[in-house]
Design a protein around this ligand. Structure first.
Ligand code: GUN
Ligand code: FE
Length: 474
């Protein structure tokens, strides 16, 4: 091998840009000295073509796949991940979401006003996401311009970060400094360009004047937007019946105020009516689909069939702190479970595309990340898997990454056990705290523990940026 090349040999999963997932049981990835891929393929073919000697190419520490991307995650909630809904009671007025924000989330976000705390939170977030193989995405910071700048400066350039807009139904200590907003956005956009995302928290906490100011600033500086939409039934009722009775729908609020014109990433989109799906599809919007969060908060299940049919770009995202883990493998497993009974069932191949190629495209990183091809970054993760032997197919390899068997997956299609029945109710109406949600909660949390810290090593542009401690599972 030429001195300027580097390579790794092992089983390779390669989510392909247009469709499908390539599977190379004995594959090799070759990079150049600038950290770009020069070849990917079966070992025999690539080794012969590039004159690689087996002795000179290291073996991987697990399955090789592209680094993962999370297009919806809250940095200031990282310290309270998994404790988002603690102590809110079984059936709080306004639903679990709004009660959790008030009780647990807003105080955690308020603490990021202090720069030392913000730096500490961002550093822990960076370390933990990387340890789970996540190298970029779209994150929410807080209402504080200073904390948002800290996140933009400390995180890799593959992370976009949102300065959060909020001016109603939130504590006084956690409000957008509206007189300073235009200057804050201008300064952050000057230094970080489109990595800054103008972030409307959601229509419950942002009024139309603040939202339209946000839209104007996004347009002035060429920025995109992000928000939450149609997450819980009680939230939708509050928006449509009380706060914005003239907007036609929850989505209508964002359409009317211009947010849908700003390439938004819309989180959740569970309780969307057909006309709302049509509005989203007619714009350059993408959906952040968060099955772990949606399960733990009892929010519901995104109508995957309709979102697919409408051709709306979507990706799997953690929504940490509502998820207990930054692991997107946990998200993939929950995606397969909640959509197991669909007319076109969710597949393991689809799940892996929704954490690689799909978010890469949504985030505008698809010229660098998401798939292995010559010219892309020589960036990859090596992940422990449960098979003693090399899995025969991409599907088997992905299930083995998720430590799931075909029989377990099949069980989520049957209607006769408490967990699948609970998923059905979740899908049909959302779930209040009770036996059904308790069963799902216990399963998700156990899965999170099983699938965390399975990543052995992360390489970015030819440089190893994370190595798992020797004591972690293989
Ligand atoms: N809606 C508004 N803010 C939030 C948040 O922080 N998390 C979730 N899951 N939904 C929200
Ligand atoms: Fe969220």
């Amino acid at each position: 091998m030429s001195a300027t090349l580097q390579a790794i040999r092992g089983p390779v999963l390669n989510p392909l840009p247009a469709a499908g997932v390539g599977w190379l049981p004995d594959g090799v990835l070759v990079g150049d000295d600038r950290g770009r891929i020069v070849a990917v393929g079966a070992w025999d073919e690539v080794a012969a073509r590039l004159n690689l000697a087996a002795a000179g190419v290291p073996r991987s520490a697990g399955l090789i796949l592209p680094p993962l991307l999370d297009a919806h995650i809250h940095i200031p909630q990282h310290p309270i991940r998994g404790r988002f809904a603690d102590d809110v009671g079984a059936d709080p007025p306004g639903g679990r979401l709004l009660a959790s924000l008030e009780r647990n989330v807003f105080p955690a976000e308020g603490r990021c006003e202090g720069p030392a705390h913000a730096r500490h939170v961002v550093a822990a977030f960076a370390t933990d996401t990387l340890a789970n193989g996540v190298v970029g995405g779209a994150a929410y910071m807080t209402v504080h311009a200073r904390a948002t700048r800290i996140a933009l400066e400390q995180l890799a350039d593959t992370w976009s970060v949102g300065l959060v807009l909020m001016n109603g139904r939130c504590p006084d200590y956690l409000r957008t400094d509206e007189p300073a907003l235009a200057a804050d956005v201008a300064a952050l956009a000057r230094d970080h360009g489109r990595r800054l995302i103008v972030t409307d928290r959601f229509a419950v906490s942002v009024d139309t004047p603040l939202r339209t100011l946000g839209v104007a600033l996004a347009k002035r500086h060429g920025l995109r937007m992000q928000t939450h939409l149609d997450e819980q039934r009680a939230e939708k009722t509050l928006i449509e019946d009380v706060l914005y009775p003239d907007a036609g729908s929850y989505t209508g609020v964002y359409a009317r105020d211009g947010l849908l014109d700003c390439e938004p990433i819309l989180a959740h989109c569970i309780h969307v009516r057909t006309e709302e799906i049509d509005m989203i599809a007619a714009t350059g919007s993408a959906i952040a689909h968060c099955p772990v969060s949606n399960t733990l908060l009892g929010s519901g299940v995104m109508p995957l069939d309709a979102i697919r049919a409408a051709g709306i770009p979507h990706a799997l995202c953690t929504d940490v702190g509502a998820s207990p883990t930054t692991s997107l493998f946990c998200e993939m497993a929950q995606f397969l479970k909640v959509h197991a009974g669909r007319s076109v069932a969710a597949t393991p191949e689809e799940a892996v595309r929704l954490v690689t190629t799909a978010p890469a495209r949504i985030l505008g990183l698809d010229d660098r990340l998401g798939t292995f091809a010559p010219g892309m970054e020589y960036s990859f993760i090596e992940v422990a898997h449960d098979s003693a032997t090399t899995p025969p197919t991409a599907r088997a390899a992905i299930l083995s990454l998720l430590r799931m068997t075909e029989a377990e997956l099949d069980a989520w299609r049957r209607a006769d056990d408490p967990q699948t029945l609970a998923v059905r109710t979740l899908r049909d109406s959302g779930l209040d705290w009770g036996l059904g949600l308790q069963a799902l909660d216990a399963d998700v949390r156990a899965t999170a523990v099983r699938l965390e810290h399975r990543v052995r090593r992360v390489t970015r542009q030819g440089r190893v940026v994370f190595t798992a401690p020797e004591s972690s599972p293989r």
